[in-house]
Design a binder for this molecule. Structure first.
Ligand code: ADP
Ligand code: MG
Ligand code: MG
Length: 889
């Protein structure tokens, strides 16, 4: 095998082998762009090293050969005393990863060659500056010395000289600093800074390899589900110098604006600087446009190169460049990150420029970006006072009064106040307050902190880890930078999409994308919003491509109509339980408490017309499209009063000697129905089987509603879904009764009804016996929420707030299995059940109605296992449509 590739030998498609940076350096080299010569050590070499603990034997020789060729080409040798070749050693995995080793620049400098470099460049200061940078970077990243020690020494040197900029240090100062740095290395690393240039290079290469298995890198891979065996490549690149004086410098640029997508000149430039200075914020950068004034030739060349790159990559690119005494060098490029809005606009711009086609455009955007664009946001026109910024943990725009504990959050929100819960960090005790709050703000913790995980699960706006904010929960106040104090009750605004925190109330504007889906804003008009236009056209691409149909989870006509506007092709899950609440609760209570057949029938009779009316409205709203109605699912006691409250009432009445016969009966019933574990108790089909007449009443309501719609010349397409089935026998019994009721209604109304009867697959046993169940079911709908709970053996309500944070931090989950389907476990049951079901009944209709139906990654999975549709909440429908389209390309 070949372990080393010259930049002239690679190309952009070799990312697996050369890493992202190496592959793109090679691509630019082959495009004829000015890239400093160099070579890349492959990920294969890294893998051998990681597996065996030693570099492959052939590697040393290969590196020597490529180094020799490089030296020959450059006309100087690595670290050569009178005229040294210097190189950078740069890590570069397939995916860029925090926690990987940083780049070491200026490898090859030593006590001897620093003199040679000074003479060659005619600049002492430059040479010593480069040398001190090398010892600093090498000490920190290769030898593991605490970087602050170097920073402190640099600060001290500036202070001693009473200057603020590192550029104001003269050669003599830097020379002293080098001596100081070497001391630090000696004490901290227990060895001298290596003077042999090849040893410097080899140690740096090894350090890059080793960093693949650093703790942070490993954790990041677990969380992002990046395989652990990819390894990293190492790039050896001859140095060019931006720190050679005012005619030199370094910069970063984008080929178009990553915020708006518009073409133009976007970037930053810093004169007389090296490497990361430009992003490290050590001095003020100038805008890229100013480079035209500073160095017109380089500027023009850069513009030309950016155009070449865009046309070549057919996408927005970001680049790193350096100018050495008027000569422009390209040091990196890659397809650039962009905001959600820009992703849509750029994709469409590129289609219109003829650079990419529709299919490719769909790959350039994703559902997460679309979801982000659908949140309401703060009015950008409003002048608001930003006081801090944290991590954008859960999107949305929230305004409310500051509260600092869960109790107050609940109390205030009960009295109608909007509150923002502010904590240093949250824990399971804060849950009530988090539910009550409009949004959550913490000063500690990252994207997997308790606050972030729980808020995302609840769809609640959250900014976490806003470290500049000093939260004092004891005194119920928060101090913002500059010393201003936010007291309990002061209004603040937080933006979960950007992480920004504002004082006072910032006005919220609805998302133009939602306005568009709602039909209040139109694409195609002359003054149409550019973003809306892009979303409109890209959604059309997706709809043309996708095979999966998208339905909504909706329980009433209003939601159904909204879902239709958002593009729903039916209802995949209508829950009937809400229809039993409110003023109907009393009827249900009576049904549950009925002592005699007659009493029970009486209450059922009263419920029937109410249920029927619900369905008539729903079928009308979804006229012509399928509506899957799920029969009653939750445990009965949910319809009865709270056990404690009721006990108190009974005790009170008793002590006052008031009549309380009814309360007592109720209390007994509540006790009787009380379950340790209602999730696994008397619910779903089990209820239907033990409460006579309950399911048949619901089926009758559906059938009569359908008949009524038909009489009104409507086109109702009801499907009856039986929940929580574990065995085909359960389904058969319910089915038999349902068929009979339907027959009766047909007879009575003289209307032919086609009502499909099917089941949820939400218990492992149902999935495992899907072949049998399909005998009695015309469709399956995978209830992946319950299936996830029962397959993992934990209940969502109990665990998300307790141990999920720990699991995410330990990397056991990359993401909650309630957010994205667990393909290996739950998913494999879904796919085997789908196969078994279809083996029994080839025209079995298959859908999914858990929360996963609107999750991008899960939608792709459902496409792959051959489901017919996904069903999700109305708001997620556009996301599901888009992802279904992307999955089909
Ligand atoms: P990162 O992945 O953190 O961007 P890089 O390998 O790109 O790391 O390098 C860090 C900085 O050093 C960048 O600004 C890059 O442009 C600069 N740099 C890397 N190699 C060289 C080189 N051979 N000559 C000059 N600057 C370099
Ligand atoms: Mg870096
Ligand atoms: Mg870089």
């Amino acid at each position: 095998v070949k372990f080393v590739y010259d930049f002239t030998e690679g190309n952009k498609d070799l990312k697996d082998l050369l890493g992202g940076k190496g592959a793109n350096l090679a691509e630019m080299t082959n495009l004829g762009l000015p890239v400093p010569p160099g070579f890349t050590i492959t990920t294969e070499a890294c893998k051998v090293y990681l597996d065996s603990g030693a570099e492959p034997v052939a590697l040393r020789d290969e590196v020597s050969r490529h180094l020799a060729a490089l030296e020959e080409r450059m006309g100087k040798k690595l670290g050569q005393a009178d005229n040294p070749l210097l190189v950078s050693v740069r890590s570069g995995a397939k995916f860029s990863m925090p926690g990987m080793m940083d780049t070491v620049l200026n490898i090859g400098l030593s006590d001897a060659s620093v003199q040679g470099l000074a003479e060659q460049a005619g600049d002492d200061r430059f040479a010593w500056d480069s040398y001190r940078r090398l010892i600093q970077m090498f000490g920190k990243t290769v030898l593991g010395v605490d970087g602050d020690l170097f920073e402190d020494a640099l600060e001290a040197a500036k202070e001693a000289k009473q200057v603020t900029d590192d550029t104001e240090l003269a050669a003599a100062d830097l020379k002293k600093l080098v001596a100081r740095f070497k001391k630090i290395v000696q004490t901290e690393a227990g060895r001298d800074f290596p003077q042999d240039p090849r040893e410097q290079m080899d140690l740096a290469i090894k350090a890059v390899f080793d960093s693949w298995n650093g703790d942070r890198a490993k954790l990041y891979r677990r969380q992002e589900r990046i395989p652990h065996d990819l390894g990293t490549a190492v790039n050896i690149c001859s140095m060019v110098f931006g720190n050679l004086g005012p005619d030199s410098g370094t910069g970063v640029a984008f080929t178009r604006d990553p915020a708006s997508g518009h073409q133009g000149v976007y970037g930053d430039y810093l004169q007389n600087a090296q490497g990361e200075d430009v992003v490290a914020g050590i001095r003020n950068t100038v805008q890229l446009a100013d480079l035209e004034r500073i160095d017109k030739t380089s500027y023009d060349r850069l513009m030309q190169i950016m155009e070449t790159l865009e046309n070549h990559y057919k996408d927005l690119c970001d680049i790193e460049f350096t100018i050495e005494r008027g000569q422009l060098w390209m040091l990196q490029t890659r397809v650039g990150k962009r905001t959600a809005g820009a992703a849509f606009r750029i994709a469409l711009q590129l289609v219109d420029q003829g650079l990419i086609d529709e299919t490719e455009a769909l790959q350039r955007v994703n559902g997460a970006q679309l979801a982000q664009l659908m949140f309401p946001r703060f009015d950008e026109q409003a002048r608001s006072e930003q006081v801090g910024r944290g991590i954008a943990a859960s999107p949305g725009a929230a305004v409310g009064k500051a509260v600092f504990d869960s109790y107050t959050a609940v109390k205030w929100s009960r009295s109608g106040e909007k509150v923002i819960l502010i904590r240093r960090e949250t824990n399971p005790d804060d849950l009530d307050g988090m539910i009550a709050a409009e949004g959550i703000l913490t000063s500690r913790g990252g994207k997997t902190s308790h606050a972030a995980v729980v808020a995302r699960g609840m769809g609640k706006t959250c900014v976490c880890g806003a470290e500049e904010l000093e939260v004092d929960t004891k005194r119920r106040r928060m101090t913002v930078p500059g010393g201003r104090v936010v007291e309990e009750g002061d209004v603040i605004s937080i933006d979960g999409s950007t992480g920004r925190v504002y004082l006072g109330e910032v006005p919220v504007v609805p998302s133009p994308v939602v306005e568009y889906f709602e039909g209040r804003m139109h694409a195609g008009a002359d003054d149409a919003d550019e973003l809306v236009e892009a979303v409109h056209r890209i959604m059309a691409f997706a709809d043309r491509k996708r095979r999966l149909r998208v339905r909504a989870n909706a329980d009433n006509a209003e939601d159904a109509l909204r879902a239709r506007r958002f593009g729903a092709q039916g209802i995949g899950l209508c829950r009937t339980e809400h229809m039993f609440l409110g003023d109907r609760r009393e009827l249900v209570e009576r049904l549950i408490l009925a002592d005699t057949e007659k009493e029970r029938e009486e209450s059922l009779k009263q419920l029937l017309p109410l249920q029927k009316r619900d369905f008539v409205e729903l079928f009308e709203a979804m006229d012509g499209l399928p509506v899957t109605v799920r029969l009653l699912d939750p445990p009965l006691h949910e319809f009865l009063p709270d056990i404690t409250e009721l006990s108190v009432r009974v005790a009170l009445a008793e002590s006052r000697k008031e009549p309380h016969e009814n309360e007592l009966r109720l209390l007994q019933a509540v006790h009787r129905l009380h379950e340790q574990n209602p999730m696994l108790g008397l619910r779903g089909v089990r209820l239907g089987l033990v409460i006579p007449g309950l399911f048949t009443m619901q089926v009758r309501a559906i059938a009569e509603a359908a008949a009524e719609r038909k009489a009104a010349k409507g086109d109702p397409r009801a499907e009856i879904m039986i929940p929580l089935v574990g065995t085909v026998q359960e389904l058969e019994i319910v089915r038999e009764e349902a068929d009979q009721v339907i027959a009766e209604v047909q007879e009575a109304t003289g209307t032919a009804l086609k009502l499909a009867i099917g089941t949820m697959i939400e218990l492992p046993r149902a999935a495992l016996t899907a072949g049998q169940i399909a005998e009695a079911a015309e469709f399956f709908s995978f209830g992946t929420n319950d299936l996830t709970q029962t397959v993992w053996g934990f209940s969502r309500d109990d665990v998300e707030a307790s141990f999920f944070t720990a699991y995410l931090e330990k990397g056991i989950f990359g993401v909650s299995p309630f957010e994205t389907i667990d393909k290996d476990g739950v998913g494999s049951l879904v796919s085997s059940a789908a196969r078994a079901g279809r083996a029994t009944r080839p025209d079995l209709k298959l859908g999914v109605c858990g929360e996963h139906g609107g999750d991008p990654e899960s939608v792709h999975f459902f496409h792959e296992v051959g489901l017919d549709y996904v069903s999700c909440s109305p708001f997620r429908i556009p996301v599901a449509r888009l992802e279904a389209g992307r999955a089909a390309t």
